[in-house]
Design a binder for this molecule. Structure first.
Ligand code: SAM
Length: 277
């Protein structure tokens, strides 16, 4: 696997190989596999960890930390291959609604084909936004993108492992959009790799599970030539964005295990916030 690491510097080539791999994988699996299972196999690039287990883990965070309601209107920013949507299919009632959007074509295609056909209140949209890692040919800049939803519509918004792949000016726009489409008193759960004294020290001592090769004032990059591959942000910088966009952080921040912490809730750091009335 180490030998394949060079591909992280060549996202376009990585995607070509990925689609070739999927073509052969899907052809081999077309016969004999139970295609009714809501569990895409052979999927790459949504991060490490078991697809089902991570989905179930976050479903419990949504319920326990964000008081999710079966009739809620939910937005999943960067929904990927439906990892978080799958457990929600068993929870949301028909009066509730799930919306997910992403820039990753095969993920959205899978979700439409396997989830929306069975659960009509689950809707997925593909948007052609540029991201050097996930969509190098995208035409829309993430800093210009307007979420395709009306204002004050959602009760709950989440983005898991998405802002770890977006640059500062893009984050700024996405926070403005979150604030616009979230209802008053609505909750938001976002994950980050937060840089603070503990995590920065761990990185220095090589105790962190992620290494970074470029250190900017407000963020660290795993690969300088493909910034969107993995981005960690200074905690102070992230807190300022929340403040700027009128979202109140509900303490405590739930720090993750990525930086080598012994007490953690998840892998990445979780921030829950509320839009005040
Ligand atoms: C590590 S994956 C996580 C996917 C999903 N949230 C999950 O937890 O399974 C990162 C996702 O962010 C998406 N992404 C990157 N930039 C985006 C953007 N500007 N808008 C929406 N999604 C984006 C990628 O396409 C990819 O699906």
């Amino acid at each position: 696997m180490k030998r394949l690491k060079f591909l992280n510097h060549h996202p376009s080539l990585k995607w070509k190989l990925y689609h070739l791999y999927r073509f052969f994988y899907d052809s081999v699996n077309y016969f004999g596999k139970n295609s009714s299972e809501l569990s895409p196999e052979g999927l790459l690039f949504i991060g490490s960890g078991d697809f089902r287990k991570v989905g179930e883990e976050f479903f419990s965070h949504f319920q326990n930390l964000c008081n999710l309601n079966p009739t809620d209107k939910i937005l999943d920013i960067g929904c990927g291959q439906g990892r978080m949507a799958v457990p929600l299919t068993k929870f949301l009632e028909s009066s509730g609604a799930y919306e997910g959007f992403d820039i990753f074509q095969s993920g959205i295609e899978w979700c439409k084909k396997n989830i929306s056909t069975r659960y009509s209140n689950f809707n997925f949209q593909l948007v052609n936004i540029y991201n050097k890692e996930y969509n190098p040919n995208g035409k829309i800049q993430p800093s210009d993108f307007k979420f395709p939803y009306e204002s004050n519509y959602f009760d709950f918004i989440f983005a898991t492992s998405v802002f770890t792949h977006m640059l500062p000016e893009d984050l700024d726009n996405y926070f403005a959009e979150i604030n616009r489409v979230l209802k008053n008193n609505g909750k938001c759960l976002l994950t980050f790799l937060l840089l603070n004294s503990q995590s920065q020290n761990s990185i220095k001592l090589k105790k962190s599970k992620i290494e970074f090769e470029y250190l900017d004032e407000n963020y660290y990059l795993m690969y300088r030539d493909v910034p969107e591959h993995t981005i960690a942000y200074k905690e102070k910088f992230i807190k300022e964005i929340y403040e700027k966009h009128g979202l109140i952080i509900e303490e405590p921040i739930r720090y993750g295990s990525w930086s080598g912490r012994e007490n953690f809730l998840s892998f990445q750091d979780l921030i829950i916030s509320i839009k005040p009335v």
